[in-house]
Design a binder for this molecule. Structure first.
Ligand SMILES: [Zn+2]
Length: 281
């Protein structure tokens, strides 16, 4: 089980190496040759990296993984990197970096984005300062605090007997199907979000909404909250331009082009449906 001691209290001295999650834009710096680490890319494991990379900025202590300190920082977009270093997007690193490092990198980019996006107070425009007791940026003038943003989104497997509803998002390529998803609105319970999103996207009413699991999705700041639910009434009608196609699929009909369960809760929901509908055969 992945465990991480999140903290803003930085160790007083660099007595041991730390994991450094360095970003250039939204891409993580990794060692270019992963052959010595089971072909998995790794962030930097060094003591105070500032002596090698004097250009780094927006340094934030994230916490510790197994007592090893973890930091995030960024380097300028136009800085030329040495040949032994390359940058990769977090999406590309799925399956090519350990889940532990990928999980911490997902935290790291969200902390970095929060620092980048809240340099000035959103209320009065004063330059903000970082508080030392909490993950917050505070306006010295009006005291408004800005915390890292999380955007909760529901993702749901809608079943109808032995069939699962899959749709193709207009953002996805032809033939790529997944379960439905959508962002929570202010004032909604997550169950209300599930009901509203399914109705908006495909015109169906659902019942028996049950929590399934959750997954941080740092693109850029989502928290995906998974549910299962059952068809209650209605006919599929695509009123929302986000969904280009939607149809009921039995286990045997589920298209091969879909999100993999190893990296996404969407894939785990589809696998859950498959497992629940193949046991008795
Ligand atoms: Zn202010």
């Amino acid at each position: 089980m992945f465990s991480f001691d999140s903290s803003v209290k930085e160790p007083e001295a660099f007595e041991q190496p730390a994991w450094w999650y360095l970003f250039q834009g939204h891409r993580l710096l990794v060692h270019a040759d992963p052959s010595e680490t089971n072909s998995l890319y790794q962030p930097f494991y060094e003591a105070d990296i500032r002596s090698n990379w004097p250009e780094i900025k927006r340094i934030h202590f994230l916490g510790a993984k197994d007592s090893t300190p973890c930091y995030v920082a960024e380097i300028d977009r136009d800085l030329t990197l040495p040949a032994e270093v390359k940058t990769m997007s977090l999406r590309r690193l799925f399956g090519q970096m350990s889940k532990t490092h990928l999980g911490i990198a997902g935290r790291a980019i969200q902390i970095l984005n929060w620092d980048r996006n809240h340099q000035y107070c959103g209320r009065c425009g004063t330059l903000t300062t970082i508080t030392d007791d909490d993950r917050a940026k505070e306006c010295p003038s009006c005291k408004l605090r800005a915390y890292p943003r999380l955007s909760p989104a529901v993702i749901m497997a809608v079943t109808h007997g032995e069939k699962l509803l899959l749709g193709r998002s207009s953002r996805h390529p032809q033939g790529f199907y997944s379960v439905l998803a959508g962002f929570a609105e202010p004032g909604e319970t997550l169950e209300e979000t599930v009901t509203r999103e399914v109705f908006e996207e495909v015109g169906l009413d659902v019942k028996n909404i049950r929590y399934f699991g959750s997954q941080p999705w740092p693109f850029p700041d989502s928290l995906m909250i998974g549910f299962t639910c059952e068809y209650a009434s209605g006919d599929i009608s695509l009123t929302d331009s986000e969904i280009s196609e939607a149809e009921w699929y039995s286990v045997d009909e589920i298209p091969a082009a879909r999100p993999p369960a190893e990296i996404s809760i969407a894939g785990q929901l589809i696998d859950w449906f498959i497992a629940n509908n193949t046991i008795d055969r």
